[in-house]
Design a protein around this ligand. Sequence first.
Ligand SMILES: C[S@@+](CC[C@H](N)C(=O)[O-])C[C@H]1O[C@@H](n2cnc3c(N)ncnc32)[C@H](O)[C@@H]1O
Length: 332
Amino acid sequence: MDPRSEVLLRQAGLFGGELLLAGLPADDLLGHLPQAHGWSWHAGEQAQLAARFAGRCYFGVEPGARACEAAVLFLPKSRELTDYLLASLAARLPGALLYLVGEKRAGIERAAKQLTAFGSPRKLDSARHCQLWQVRVDTPPTAPVLESLARHYSLPLSDGELQVVSLPGVFSHGRLDVGSALLLQHLDDLPSGHLLDFGCGAGVLGATLKRRYPSSQVTLLDVDAFAVASSRLTLAANGLEANVIAGDGIDAAPSGLSAILSNPPFHQGVHTHYQATEHLLRQARVHLLPQGELRLVANSFLKYPPLIETHLGPCQTLTEANGFRIYRARAR
Ligand SMILES: C[S@@+](CC[C@H](N)C(=O)[O-])C[C@H]1O[C@@H](n2cnc3c(N)ncnc32)[C@H](O)[C@@H]1O
């Protein structure tokens, strides 16, 4: 059980009614709170919850239509996303109770101050390195319009400006990441066919690929519903069409790909995780055509080449700059 869920269950008497659990972990919590339902924006957690608690968890970037008497937000990493989520929940709960739970090292103490926009927050519990806060929504906000919170920037690429639309919580919100910038400079000579941007974030790589290789089919994949929504906005802002998928890991990708491009994930929440990337390197071959190509940008300190060579084929370093390397390997 996630420690944040354990803290909620220490106060289970408060959570017996129609409760919305926003950003809930994929654990047993819904089993302990039979009247509660969930809202997830993580495709992997959503899949696990849907398998165990069918019809009780909604996936998307908005709270969904189901009524609730109170809501709990599991603190996400990004402050801007927290702002959006709290306002979305508070707008639906005038006069009702809104809770915030999170780990101390994730900044719950600071985040609790964001509750003062709606009323007078109070700390209900502190245990398992987590805190639980409560506020009665005395001053409900108007429901925020997600798109109005997007940050827009444009990239001067060799074939013209690319408009990027990034939503709260999306990787490198409002600016181009240094690693992604390097990969954008090394998109030449890709085999034509079906191209995948794995871990697409705001869709910078995928949109650039579609513009650069217009006759290729392009798919963008991300685990995060806000990234998927951002990518769709970025494609639309540039008049481009591509397939955008919400899915967890390379297993959710189509097969028969001619190339996989990625600035792969290396962080998740406050913990550092490489599993999704290591799984990508192990399984890329299953999704690539023979001679299909994997092209990655990664921090130079990450030891990806041995994994790539074991599971795909000889790994070439195309360039190294600013602490990042571009790797290329072809499926044997
Ligand atoms: C380093 S960011 C790169 C984002 C974007 N491609 C760019 O260059 O700005 C990695 C992305 O991978 C996504 N991600 C993390 N875990 C994933 C998983 N298991 N499956 C698919 N995408 C994942 C994250 O949500 C994030 O958008």
